[in-house]
Write a protein that binds this ligand. Structure first.
Ligand SMILES: O=C(O)CCC(=O)C(=O)O
Ligand SMILES: [Mn+2]
Length: 205
């Protein structure tokens, strides 16, 4: 299906060492990408999560949703298994195709950044349930936003602009050695939707 997509320009590793990050552009026909963005925006039940930081309750600066074939504990909250909706199932197939290597994803975390004030701060997707050296396929639709990676030891920094209709595939030691964030921006930007597909081990209540 995506066999000849990258025939002209094979993606190169954007990390200098200790991991792999590939940016794949134009992952589907433009009309499909626009339709996917619109359907995700209106068809997903978006949640406003509240985080407790130093005893204060703070609205997380983005909207989120989670689906998975296995239960998952996130920020201390137990999420029971919730099957992929029909909008997401074909995106999972595409993500698996793009990630290569026979990977199968069973969970997805969605983020909606409504404007430049929405963000995600420095973190790594290094939870134990994701296993050693997880492959993460992160799909982007909507407004282009800048993504940063920062090496935990050397402080090396990489900036990647994540365009509409693209996938960032992170693998190898990336989650052990690098943090990532999507910072706020003062630019006037519209909404962006991100889906990070992961393979998660089942967690008990
Ligand atoms: O929006 C993005 O590109 C990153 C999202 C992310 O890092 C996450 O959900 O763990
Ligand atoms: Mn992440």
């Amino acid at each position: 299906m995506t066999g000849d997509l990258f025939a002209n320009e094979p993606p190169r590793n954007l990390l200098p060492f200790d991991g792999k990050a590939l940016l794949l552009r134009d992952i589907m026909p433009p009309d499909d990408a626009d339709r996917t963005f619109a359907r995700l925006k209106t068809g997903i039940v978006w949640q406003q999560e509240i985080a407790r930081i130093h005893g204060k309750e703070i609205a997380v600066p983005r909207l989120t949703a989670w689906y998975g074939e296995v239960a998952y504990r996130y920020s201390g909250v137990y999420h029971p298994a919730a099957p992929f909706p029909s909008i997401i199932a074909p995106l999972r197939d595409l993500a698996e195709d793009l990630a290569g290597g026979g990977v199968s994803f069973n969970t997805v975390l969605l983020n909606q950044y409504r404007d430049g004030r929405d963000s995600v701060s420095w973190h790594a997707d290094d939870e134990e349930v994701l296993g050693q050296n997880p492959i993460i396929a992160s799909l982007s639709f909507g407004e282009e936003r800048r993504f940063h990676l920062r090496h935990k030891k050397t402080g090396d920094r990489i900036s990647i602009d994540l365009p509409h209709n693209s996938a960032l595939i992170m693998s190898g030691e990336t989650q052990h050695c690098w943090l990532h964030q999507l910072p706020k921006t003062a630019r006037q930007v519209g909404p962006r939707i991100n889906l990070t597909f992961r393979k998660t081990q089942s967690e008990s209540r």
